[in-house]
Design a protein around this ligand. Structure first.
Ligand code: NDP
Length: 326
């Protein structure tokens, strides 16, 4: 099978498009013919070697894929079933989706929901499913459209684009934050009620700023998240899932103890199956597929290695989908 392979010598990481013998696939009770994989932020880190995402070598990257079951000894799946995989260490400790075949544990798989096809589910991918987990977190903490506006950082990226479209369809007024104001038209077409420059959230963090938003979805961390926290309305909730700006959080406790603000952490990798199923069902019912299409750029498997660094420059809009089936 064709696959992207990351190998490590003493000091160097080598990444190549290789022909790999299927017999080398790792253990698992379901073999999947991969139809599509995608490039997520974490895949870009793995492929460029800019962060220690890969914990075992050689590794096939690709933290997500969609495809059709070829063989299964797992009771919930049979040959011909269409499935989605997101996370579980795939592409980090277990061979991933940027290959024509993948062998995984059946318990990691989610059946393709009705109403979307394999390409659309890949376009959603881990970024979009994480956006849905963030929406779920806001709603579980009682945030409704009537409570006020929702701010989304990194709005032109993968998580941000899907979050913007999803919340707009659900009737929320979205403030999209972007470092690329050239993407204002794109963000408005996704449904953002307003678009603001990221610079508004990168200045000195006040203990308490002017109250602006009822909720937030943050992919950035660091000063961006700290400023968002300081600007939440009384009782506001932020779902935090990313670190595009940094891993630190230079915030004050004041918004938590004086305004009852909640910071809800979101992890997609080890997220339990019931929450995954709920997130995918939300995506299947509430994500506008025309808006999803406007987020997609197709990258052939042969161009994945050169596409990955662009991610880390913040130059990718929406989602990169990789058709894998030969
Ligand atoms: P993308 O690269 O598609 O989007 C990230 C966006 O963040 C960029 O497009 C850019 O948007 C913005 N950005 C880039 N640099 C900075 C910066 N220095 N400060 C503030 N904003 C910045 O990545 P994804 O959407 O796929 O992922 C976003 C983040 O979420 C990543 O950190 C990723 O690791 C994390 N993530 C976490 C998951 C989890 O399970 N917790 C799952 C999936 C992703 P713009 O130009 O519009 O500002």
């Amino acid at each position: 099978m064709k696959a992207i392979l990351i190998e490590k010598t003493d000091n160097e990481q080598i990444v190549l498009l290789a022909n790999v013998d299927d017999a080398r696939l790792p253990d698992g009770d379901v073999l999947v013919d991969v139809a599509y994989s995608t490039i997520n932020y974490k895949d870009a880190l793995a492929i460029t070697g800019q962060a220690p995402v890969v914990r075992r070598f050689p590794m096939i990257p690709g933290i997500d894929f969609t495809g059709t079951v070829a063989e299964s000894s797992h009771p919930e799946f049979k040959s011909g079933d269409r499935v989605i995989l997101n996370g579980w260490g795939v592409g980090e400790t277990h061979w991933g989706g940027l290959a024509e075949r993948a062998r995984v544990k059946g318990e990691w798989l989610v059946p393709l929901p009705d109403g979307i096809d394999l390409r659309q589910a890949a376009a959603v991918g881990t970024a979009g499913y994480t956006a849905a987990l963030c929406v779920q977190a806001l709603e579980r903490h009682g945030i409704t459209p009537e409570k006020g506006e929702i701010v989304i950082s990194g709005a032109a990226g993968g998580v941000g684009s899907v979050a913007t479209a999803l919340l707009a369809t659900k009737g929320y007024a979205v403030t999209a934050v972007t470092g690329r104001t050239s993407e204002t038209t794109y963000l408005r077409e996704l449904g953002a009620a307003s678009v603001i420059d990221r610079a508004e959230l990168t200045g000195r963090v006040k203990a308490l700023g002017k109250e602006r938003w009822a909720g937030g979805i943050d992919v950035a961390g660091s000063t961006v998240l700290a400023n968002m926290i300081s600007m939440m309305n009384y009782g506001g909730v932020i779902a935090a899932c990313g670190l595009a700006a940094g891993m630190d959080l230079p915030a004050s406790v004041a918004p938590f103890i004086l305004r009852g603000v909640t910071l809800a952490g979101v992890d997609s990798v080890m997220c339990p199956k019931p929450d995954r199923l709920e997130a995918w069902s939300l995506l299947a019912s509430d994500l506008d597929l025309n808006k999803l299409e406007s987020m997609v750029t197709t990258v052939p498997l042969s161009e994945v290695i050169e596409a990955a660094p662009k991610f880390l420059d913040g130059a990718v809009r929406g989602r990169l989908v990789v058709p894998v089936a030969g």
